[in-house]
Ligand binder design. Structure first.
Ligand code: T4K
Length: 395
């Protein structure tokens, strides 16, 4: 290795942390209140902050994104079959499963890896009640096309927007699109509250239902109006969420710089494909840095590169491999349409480190290492051939 390995591990992500002093100052309010959870005063204030941020009262907070989505589907009465993508984190599908809904996997688009609207209509059956699309890596789905299908077939349009906090379409936040959106505030996300989740929704009457469902269905001390669960956000999560919100613009700007540097350094590397740039009307959040590795052109498979990077203390991730439909718990589900694009993307995708504290120098070094690994592999390959083979191209 001619480039030195990183001294400390460089993970795919690291949570943004506000200053510890500031965090402790804010915690003192919890100690004063002696109130830790169950719709406490800080959660109420944090909910108002997010309502103002999104200019919407139609939001509801949860202790994580998975339960938010599960409750959202249940509260909206989604049942039967739901058309969804196999190229996502497994929680998207689990939320359907926990509601006894059958996922119908449909292929994705090659540019942004989101559900392909052109393939959705053919998968609709009399049992279909909704489309659950994912703004994967924060790339917005083709909303107008999906909304048109949903309207014509009387389906609900739901987005797993776990990655899309801070994304805007035109001059509107992405929270305002579709019938319902779920956002994850997990520590690994660009915006987080340690763990946490949020639903945004069109129909304001759903708020009451979601509030019941996340708090055991309690109307008051003696009345339970529906079989709810426990999915409440606590006061420490709310403190963190409120503090990180204040840094959102800085966080996104730093990630933009990192993304631009990766793009600049890797755009001409044979066998590395960057996602297509988003249309001009999208304000992006730069939440992940996916690249596709073409084995033939890079002279090494995605999996080999993933392993080689570990030798340099770089822990990229294969988000999202395998496809959800290939996990043993979903393998027996019938799939009627070929998932050609999703399979090709899952087999070649690698998400590179990107987080607020990652320095641009470190990004340069990660790129140097990727380029170096590719080059050395090519040299090894040429060395392994006999001189005549190289000269004649093996003919
Ligand atoms: N829908 C979609 C499309 C999602 O991507 C997710 C979650 C959900 C739904 C569900 O939302 P939540 O219920 O989680 O709110 C991580 C996250 O746990 C998960 O939230 C996220 N998607 C998924 C894409 O990534 P893992 O298993 O890859 O996480 P883990 O623990 O391996 O962490 C990744 C790296 O982050 C580590 O290598 C080191 C670093 N890290 C992690 C943590 C937790 C830190 O530096 N500090 C930390 O505190 O799932």
């Amino acid at each position: 290795m001619s480039i030195e390995r990183f001294e400390k591990p460089v993970y795919v992500t690291k949570p943004f942390l506000p200053s510890l002093d500031e965090f402790c100052d804010n915690l003192s309010e919890i100690w004063d209140n002696q109130w830790l959870t169950n719709d406490g005063p800080i959660l109420k204030r944090f909910t108002r902050e997010l309502s103002n941020h999104f200019e919407s009262d139609n939001i509801c907070l949860f202790n994580n994104g998975t339960l938010a989505l599960q409750i959202g589907l249940q509260g909206m009465g989604i049942s039967g079959e739901v058309i969804t993508t196999p190229f996502t984190f497994v929680a998207t599908t689990h939320a359907l499963f926990w509601n006894k809904i059958r996922p119908i996997f449909v292929d994705i688009e090659p540019d942004y890896y989101t559900l392909d609207p052109d393939k959705v209509e053919a998968a609709i059956t009399p049992w279909t009640s909704a489309i659950l699309a994912v703004h994967v890596f924060g790339h917005p789905c083709r909303h107008n096309a999906l909304a048109d299908i949903a309207r014509r077939h009387n389906l609900k349009l739901i987005y797993d927007a776990a990655h899309a906090f801070g994304v805007r379409i035109g001059n509107k936040s992405i929270v305002h699109f579709g019938d319902m959106n779920m956002f994850s505030f997990h520590a690994t996300k660009l915006y987080h509250s340690i763990e946490g989740g949020m639903l945004s929704f069109k129909n304001s009457s759903l708020k009451k239902t979601f509030n019941y469902l996340k708090n055991f269905g309690f109307e008051n001390e003696v009345e339970v109006v529906m079989p709810g669960t426990n999915a409440k956000m606590n006061e420490i999560q709310a403190v963190m969420g409120s503090m990180v919100l204040k840094h959102l613009d800085d966080i996104i700007e730093k990630r933009r710089q990192i993304t631009e540097l990766y793009r600049q350094r890797l755009c001409d590397v044979d066998g590395i494909t960057l996602p297509r740039r988003l249309p001009d009307d999208i304000t992006y959040n730069y939440c992940y840095m996916p690249v596709e590795v073409n084995e033939g052109e890079f002279s090494m498979s995605r999996d080999e590169l993933h392993e080689r990077l570990k030798e340099y203390n770089i822990f990229a991730r294969r988000y999202f491999y395998p496809l959800v439909c290939d996990f043993p718990c979903y393998r027996s589900l019938a799939i009627d349409t070929p998932l050609t694009v999703a399979r090709a993307v899952a087999d070649s995708i690698l998400t590179l480190p990107i987080y607020y504290d990652l320095s641009l120098d470190d990004v340069q070094k990660i790129c140097d290492i990727i380029i170096e690994i590719g080059r050395n592999k090519e040299k090894e390959y040429l060395r392994s051939k006999k001189p005549l083979e190289v000269a004649t191209g093996g003919i």
